[in-house]
Write a protein that binds this ligand. Structure first.
Ligand SMILES: [Zn+2]
Length: 480
């Protein structure tokens, strides 16, 4: 099992200065490596005579892969051959090439020598991960959400570096190569049997943190239940006035950590204090750090609350948890600009009205909550199933009639049959039913394939019918 433990560090002033300097240097290599890869990518479209490095034969610029994949340098691996006489991983990745160029960087700029070498390597590998995420998104959802093309980093969004080796922990002290021993707040003990794998140092508003990655191979990873063992499902409907509605009629409050009246006022004042100070002045820096610490405090409160909520949801006696499959980045999109055709003036498009809603959505941070629920559910062997929430709060649970006017605030009254219920709890129930439908279909498929293979006895077939005591009507609704 692999987990991360996070501790707050207590570095000395020298260590703080050193780590700050490292971040600046690492950021510049990161940005340089990214620029290099972009340049190399663009160069493959330049016309000219190309040849294959090994065979020296002519190659088409489209098929020649000499410069396709990153920095200049030997594009081939050390020429090791496997059993069949083929080259092992003949092509090196852009990351490999850029990592082997690191000693040259150290020669040209000797001050890079003071950074631990595994930190430098991980810094380049980080770019590999960014590219991987980008390509994965391209495959999974070409137009949808996800992480985009790797970005150039500035001081604000480049705040961490990772050690791959050499980190030691002794009591309340951690040894970081080239930085030396550093004390930390030992807020939780590393359990016995766990080995140190890596450590990430991160700068946050109120100081430096270390995230230690530990592994114990003797403890197996969590296994989640197979779908055909799922008997009961808890439906969750995420909202703003209440954070979560559960299908068992339970509601969880949304404390609005960043958008309640008091916090909004404090934020406004602190923000103004920053903007009124002279640029590049020490006082502005002080005010900015005070604002930053306030933001951190809000985040910390929200994170603590979300763990609490996730725990409440996951600890219910169910086999699976059904969540909405939300496209949050699409929900946060700005309204389309409206222009008067005659005068060319901008017309009202409702954006100022939507601004408040967007802020409220960001403040709930559903995505973070969903991640926490998934993590805790996996720990307990429960399944999390994402459900398409389309019309879940507009559909009548009695007759299946879908209409926007069915819903009036918290009330749900069907315009066709007069069925009424609490709108959000109804939505949570609809999500649960849709989930049950999916589970049924999948386990039916599974059972069918088993039947073909080994003739399942009639007893186990009747067992399969146990879950979901839904009437036919419910199934019709769930299909939607
Ligand atoms: Zn109805």
């Amino acid at each position: 099992m692999l987990t991360n433990y996070v501790y707050k560090l207590r570095p000395s002033i020298t260590q703080i200065n050193k780590m700050g300097g490292w971040l600046d240097m690492l950021r510049s290599t990161y940005n340089w490596s990214l620029a290099d890869r972009i340049a190399q990518y663009n160069q493959q479209f330049i016309q000219g005579d190309y040849c294959d490095i090994r065979t020296k034969s002519e190659a088409c610029p489209i098929t020649c892969f000499v410069s396709k994949n990153g920095a200049s340098g030997e594009p081939w691996k050390d020429g090791k051959v496997d059993k069949d006489g083929k080259l092992k991983n003949p092509r090196r990745s852009a990351g490999d090439i850029q990592i082997t160029a690191l000693p040259e960087l150290k020669k040209a700029r000797p001050w890079f020598g003071e950074i631990d070498s595994t930190v430098l390597q991980q810094n380049v590998k980080r770019l590999d991960t960014a590219y991987k995420n980008f390509f994965e998104r391209q495959v999974a959802s070409p137009s949808g959400e996800g992480r985009g093309f790797p970005k150039f980093k500035n001081r604000g969004n480049f705040t961490s570096f990772t050690y791959q080796m050499g980190v030691k922990v002794q009591g309340s002290k951690v040894y970081l190569p080239k930085l030396g021993w550093m004390r930390f707040f030992n807020s939780r003990l590393i359990p016995d049997g766990f080995n140190l794998k890596a450590a990430t140092i991160r700068k946050r508003q109120d100081g430096w943190y270390v995230s230690i990655r530990i592994e114990d191979k003797s403890i197996p990873d969590y296994v989640s239940k197979p779908l055909d063992e799922v008997k009961s499902v808890l439906g969750c409907d995420l909202g703003i006035t209440k954070l979560v509605h559960l299908s068992d009629r339970y509601q969880i409050d949304n404390p609005r950590f960043a958008t309640n009246k008091k916090v909004k006022r404090t934020l406004k004042i602190r923000q103004r204090r920053v903007s009124k100070k002279l640029k590049d002045s020490k006082n502005r820096k002080k005010a900015a750090s005070k604002l930053g610490r306030f933001h951190k405090k809000i985040t910390d409160k929200r994170v603590a609350y979300q763990w609490d909520v996730a725990n409440k949801i996951v600890s219910r006696k169910v086999d699976a948890i059904a969540l909405e499959d939300l496209n949050i980045s699409a929900m946060l999109k700005r309204c389309k600009v409206k222009v008067d055709e005659n005068t060319g003036r901008f017309l009202k498009n409702g954006q100022s009205r939507k601004k408040g809603l967007n802020r409220a959505i960001s403040d709930t941070s559903w995505g973070e909550l969903i991640l926490k629920i998934e993590y805790l559910a996996a720990k307990q062997g429960k399944v999390v199933i994402k459900i398409n929430p389309k019309h879940s709060s507009q559909e009548c649970r009695n007759c299946g009639h879908i209409d926007k006017s069915n819903r009036d605030g918290e009330k749900f009254i069907c315009t066709e049959c007069g069925y009424h219920e609490h709108a959000d709890i109804g939505a949570a129930k609809t999500i649960r039913d849709r989930c049950l439908e999916i589970v049924r279909r999948d386990s039916a498929k599974l059972a069918a394939s088993q039947q073909n293979a080994q003739k399942v006895s009639s007893r186990s077939m009747s067992k399969r019918g146990e879950f979901g005591n839904l009437s036919n009507q419910d199934i019709k609704i769930a299909k939607s």
